[in-house]
Design a binder for this molecule. Sequence first.
Ligand code: FAD
Length: 550
Amino acid sequence: MKIIIVGGVAGGASAAARARRLSEDAQIVLVERGPDVSFANCGLPYYIGGKITERDKLLVVTPKRMQDRFKLDVRVRSSVEAIDRKAKTVRIRDLESGRDYDESYDKLILAPGAAPLRPPIPGIDLPGIFTLRNLQDMDRIKAAVDQGVQQAVVVGAGFIGLELVENLVRLGVSTTVVELQDQVLPPFDKEMTTPLAKALAESGVALLLGEAAEGFEQTSDGLVVRLKSGQELPAQLVALGIGVRPENKLAVDARLEVGPRGGIQVNDHLQTSDPDIFAVGDAIEVKDFVLGSPTQVPLAGPANRQGRIAADNIFGRASRYRGTQGTAILGLFDLTAAMTGASEKVLKRSERPYRMVYVHPNDHAGYYPGAEQMTLKLLFDPESGKVLGAQGVGGAGVDKRIDVLAVAIQAGMTVYDLEEMELAYAPQYGSAKDPINMVGFVAAGLLRGDHPQIDVANLLSIPSGQRPFLLDVRTPNEFAAGHIPDAVNIPVDDLRTRVNELPKDREIAAYCQVGQRGYLATRILNQSGHSAKNVSGGYKSFKLWNQNND
Ligand code: FAD
C-alpha cells in the first residue's frame, strides 16, 4: 500500500502517524510545501507576544524526527501541483530545485488546510500588512515588531485577530481593532461578547465595530488604513484576521466534489467523491453535529481526529466522523470565552426551535478565596430538553464547564441529565451544586413550568408602555447602584409582607442580580395569585445587553 499525504501539519501529520501505527509495511509519503511539518499553529501569536520564548518549542516534531520515528518519506519544500486520478499519480514540485516529477499512489489523503483571506482591496500587498498561518508569517511579524511598532491595526476580531491583539498589547503596541460586524468574536452571540469588548477597552485597545478597511497607503511613517467611514488610522503594522478559505485548488482541478463555500465534500469515512482520495482538516466541508447541515469549521481538534479516521479507513477500519460541533475557546487578558454546539443566531437562522437560559455562577465555592464569576448561556430543545449549544465567558472554570457541555452534546444529553451530573467537588474547584447542575436546574425548571422566565432580549423588545411590571427584588443599595429602567424595588425578604402592593392584572417580570432571588420571588408571587416570570440571569444579563449601564 502506498499512501501520499498532501500537507504535513495538523491533519496530514496525524494521518501519517496513524497510518504507520496501523501498518509497518505501507509506503507513506508526506508532502509539505513549507519547511516544517507538524508545527503548533495555535502557539504562533504567543511567540510574537513573548509568552513563548523558544521558537523551537513550536516545532512539535521535526521532519527528521517524523522520518526516524514513523519511517515516513517526508518531503518538505515540496508542493503537490496536480492529481491525475486516472493514472493515480500526483505531480510534485521540488521547490528548492524547481524540478517536477510524478509519484504514484494507491490512496491519497488531502490535508492542505485553509489559507488566510486577503481581499483585493487597494494596497493590500504593501509591506507591513501581514496574515498569520505558519512560522514564516510569524517570523515576519516578529521582525516587524522588533524593528519598533508603535501603532498596529488588526482587521478582524475573530479568534486569531484577538489573540494577536492580546500579544501586541503585551508588547506595549497601541492597537486598534476593526471589525465588520457589530460585535467581537462573531461565532458567539453578541451579548456574550460584551465582557470581551469591555476588557479590550480597559486594556487601551480601540475597538471599531461595524467598520471595514477599504484601502491601505504607504506613508513616511509606515501605513495608513482607510476605513469605510472615512476615518484614517496610522500604523506601522497591519494584521489581517478576517477568516480563511479552504485550499481546494487541487481538488477542484481534479474535479472532486466541492461544496458551495469551497470545502471539499467527503462522506462519513472522509472519502471524497473519488473513493481512493480522502480529505481532512480545514479544507473539507463537514456535517454540523447539532444541525446536521453542511458547514466548515477550521479547528485543530477536528483536523487531528479526521487525520486518524482517514488512516483507519485506508487500513480497513470503518471509523466514522461524527461531525463537528465547533467547540472553541479564547483567552483574552484575564477572560476566557468558550462555546460548543449551536449559537442562538445559528439556531434562529436555521429556524430550529430552542429555549435558553443564562446563569452567572462562581467557578468555585464563594467562601473559598479567589472565586471568579462566569456567565453561561445554554440553548436547548423546547420539547425534549436536549442540549443544543452553550457559551461561557468569565474567569477561571469556563473551560471546564464548556468541555462538560461539549460532552453532553456529543452524548445527546438533556437539561435533565445536567441536573443529575456528578462532578468533582472540593471548595477550591467547584460547588456542591456545580455551575453545570445550576444551569440544568434553571433550564429543567423552565421546561417543567416551575420556573417561568423571560429573557432580557425579549423583555427589551416589548415597547416600554406594554412591558410587564418590572420588579427588582435586590436590596435598596443594589437597586440604587443601577437598575432596569422603570423597575420598582421590593427586596425579596420583604416580598411576602408587601405582596399586595403588586398588580394582579398585569404580568410581573422579577429580577435580582443573577437570577436566584428572582426565582424565589416568582415562586412566591405565582403562589399568591400573581402572574410572574423571572428575568433570566437577572441584572447581570441585562448588563450584557446594555454595556454602559453599570
Ligand atoms: P494546516 O495545519 O494548515 O496544514 C496544511 C498544510 O498543508 C500547510 O502547512 C500547507 O503548507 C500544506 N499544503 C497546502 N497545500 C499543499 C500542497 N499543494 N502541497 C504540499 N503541501 C501543501 N485551532 C484550534 O482549535 N485552536 C487554536 O487555538 C487555534 N489557534 C490557531 C492560531 C493560528 C495563528 C492559526 C493559523 C490557526 C489556529 N487554529 C487553532 C486552527 C488550526 O491550526 C487549524 O484548524 C489546523 O491546523 C488545520 O489543520 P489542517 O491539517 O487542515 O491544515
